[in-house]
Write a new protein. Structure first.
Length: 279
């Protein structure tokens, strides 16, 4: 990826982080930690990798995206707004009772959302079904999904992994956001799902390990996944929970909490400085 394009995507990721904090602060609730850690992944997918049309969100030949860890919807809404699927001025309505931007993605009411998610394990299973339908219908669209590392504790994830390998879903790419933390603390303390990469290998997947905040590595991994034949791909991404906000980074307490006014101001100042540094 050339330097100019990488810088453009980095600016988009920085803007996504600003919007995440705006959403969660406005709602006085939400899940900022795991939303902030996937900003580069979503920036790359929606602005580089995926074939989508904001003017025609239900275009039959579009690539599909499933946010399996649906509680990080602030990140998804932010990238959809940046891409033109919905008005940016609607983001502060996040989680209000009258808003279509609810705490978990809703495909019936939110333009650009391909699957309603929330129950962990459900999203990757739905993504498998989408990928298989493309095979049956001889369509060339690709399916992408983002799962959490805590989500790897769900048995349904591994049923889906077995399914995808059995049906040779080489049009499916799953990102695992491996930030090491879930709502109750370290994933290795709660119900250790590691080694995540070796488990997917054992299920017959093409596996890559990357840095979730490195756009060059994301680009290379997605390109490698495109070249893979007869196997689904998983990209296990080492990330920082709460990335970009100093007091949120690597803190499980920010899995599902909103900043107060003082914390909001600090977060916005830090994120605006990071964005300014990219200009």
């Amino acid at each position: 990826m050339d330097k100019q394009r990488k810088n453009e995507l980095a600016r988009i990721a920085a803007q996504i982080r600003l919007d995440i904090i705006e959403e969660v602060y406005s709602a006085h609730s939400g899940h900022p930690g795991g939303s902030l850690s996937i900003a580069e992944i979503l920036s790359y997918l929606y602005f580089e990798a995926m074939r989508v049309d904001p003017q025609n969100p239900r275009w039959a030949d579009r690539d599909r995206f499933v946010l399996s860890k649906g509680h990080t919807s602030p990140a998804l809404y932010a990238v959809l707004a940046e891409r033109g699927f919905l008005p940016k001025e609607d983001l502060p309505t996040f989680r209000s009772s009258s808003s279509y931007l609810q705490g978990h993605p809703d495909m019936k009411h939110t333009p650009g959302v391909d699957m309603t998610t929330g129950s962990l394990g459900l999203g990757i299973s739905a993504a498998c079904g989408m990928a298989l339908s493309a095979k049956y219908n001889k369509k060339d669209f690709r399916v992408y999904a983002v799962c959490g590392d805590g989500e790897m504790e769900e048995g349904q994830v591994w049923e889906a992994a077995m399914f995808a390998a059995h049906y040779k879903l080489d049009n499916l790419t799953v990102f695992v956001d491996w930030n090491g933390l879930q709502i109750d603390g370290k994933i290795t303390d709660v119900m250790n799902p590691t080694p995540i990469d070796k488990k997917f290998e054992a299920f017959g997947w093409h596996v890559q390990l990357i840095d979730a905040q490195d756009l060059d590595q994301i680009h290379e991994a997605v390109e490698n996944a495109r070249k893979e034949t007869a196997r689904p791909s998983v990209i296990v991404c080492r990330s920082t929970k709460g990335k970009g906000v100093s007091y949120m980074e690597n803190q499980a307490s920010w899995h599902g909490a909103a900043p107060n006014a003082e914390q909001y101001e600090q977060a916005m100042a830090e994120l605006k400085a990071a964005l300014a540094a990219l200009n």
